[in-house]
Ligand binder design. Structure first.
Ligand SMILES: Cc1cc2nc3c(=O)[nH]c(=O)nc-3n(C[C@H](O)[C@H](O)[C@H](O)COP(=O)(O)OP(=O)(O)OC[C@H]3O[C@@H](n4cnc5c(N)ncnc54)[C@H](O)[C@@H]3O)c2cc1C
Ligand code: FES
Length: 285
């Protein structure tokens, strides 16, 4: 039975700052009451305010950045839980559970380039992924700047959250917006194809993606058709985050490495899955 990660804890944090970001987002910086070792990119924390403003069920958020003792999250305001967090003030107390989940695979240098596809707030798990790849992960060879391509897509420029921060990391940042207000006009997959046609990106790639489910489905089938290795970080609805409530089932592929086991739990077995493991298109829509 998959279990929560052994380093996960429930603890209290104090809000340090809440800074508006993009049209409908905030950067939420918190100071946990206990110091955390470096967290792998694309792991997540469950957050809720300790007062009655937050729903009883905490909400999951990818770690965006870690600054010494402090954690930062990039949060798009969707409903009650995210709104309560966005209206926090310095000193507001948050119940914090984590770090949870598995995180991205090791982003080693020296192979096919890594292409990171982000849709809107799906950019959150990529900032530290880039930092960690450049530094070198798990004893693997560090990636060079030229081996990392960050493709950031959104409906409009105001939803390309904190894009300047990604540019400052020094990697190649390519943007796409549906309304053409920033970068390529179209979606992030069309941008990827354009970059391949122009010779900026080769045919052989290693792909990571995070964003809305429809985008991830499209990315998964695009990579499947080309036989490319692809990992998705899923933002499924969650309840407990620790494997108890069964709110986060993801259907598996019968022919995949999970075999006949019909579902995996996104919270404790993900949120990152390789596309040959899961069957996104069978999720309920
Ligand atoms: C592992 C993981 C990491 C995540 N990381 C981030 C992050 O870094 N930044 C961020 O802003 N969000 C992230 N999310 C999504 C975030 O958890 C939800 O947006 C949040 O739970 C919404 O809570 P709410 O109470 O504000 O909205 P609710 O009141 O619960 O819902 C408001 C509306 O949003 C829809 N909704 C809620 N959650 C989701 C979702 N996950 N996907 C699509 N629609 C949804 C609901 O169906 C409803 O229509 C992550 C989710 C997961 C599972
Ligand atoms: S969120 Fe409760 S089991 Fe995954």
């Amino acid at each position: 039975m998959p279990a929560p990660p052994p380093d996960a804890r429930s603890f209290r944090s104090a809000v340090v700052s809440v800074t508006p970001c993009g049209d409908d987002g905030v950067l939420l910086r918190i100071r946990p009451e206990r110091e955390l070792p470096p967290v792998r990119a694309s792991r997540f924390f469950m957050l809720r305010r300790e007062d009655a403003l937050s729903p009883a069920i905490p909400r999951p958020f990818s770690i965006y950045r870690q600054h010494g003792h402090e954690l930062e999250f990039l949060i798009k305001v969707m409903g009650k839980g995210t709104s309560a967090l966005a209206h926090s003030v310095p000193g507001t107390h948050l119940r914090t559970i984590g770090p949870l989940g598995n995180g991205w695979p090791t982003l080693s240098g020296g192979g096919a380039p890594w292409v990171m596809l982000a849709g809107g707030v799906g950019s959150a798990p990529f900032y530290m992924a880039i930092e960690q790849a450049l530094r070198g992960m798990d004893g693997a060879r560090p990636a060079a700047l030229s081996e990392l391509h960050f493709l950031f897509g959104a409906a409009r420029s105001g939803l390309l959250y904190d894009v300047a921060a990604f540019e400052r990391l020094g990697v190649r940042v390519h943007t796409a917006t549906i309304d053409g207000s920033h970068g390529h006009k179209g979606n992030v997959l069309a941008l990827l194809e354009t970059l391949q046609r122009s010779g900026t990106l080769p045919e052989r790639l290693r792909v990571l993606a995070c964003g809305p489910e429809r985008m991830l489905e499209a990315v998964a089938s695009w990579c499947d058709a080309r036989g490319l290795d692809c990992w998705l970080s899923l933002e499924t609805l969650m309840g407990c985050g620790v494997g108890i409530c069964n709110a986060c089932p993801i259907p598996t592929r019968r022919e995949g490495p999970r075999g006949a086991w019909p579902n995996v739990k996104c919270c404790v077995e993900g949120p990152v899955f390789k596309t040959d493991e899961i069957a996104l298109h069978t999720l309920g829509h």
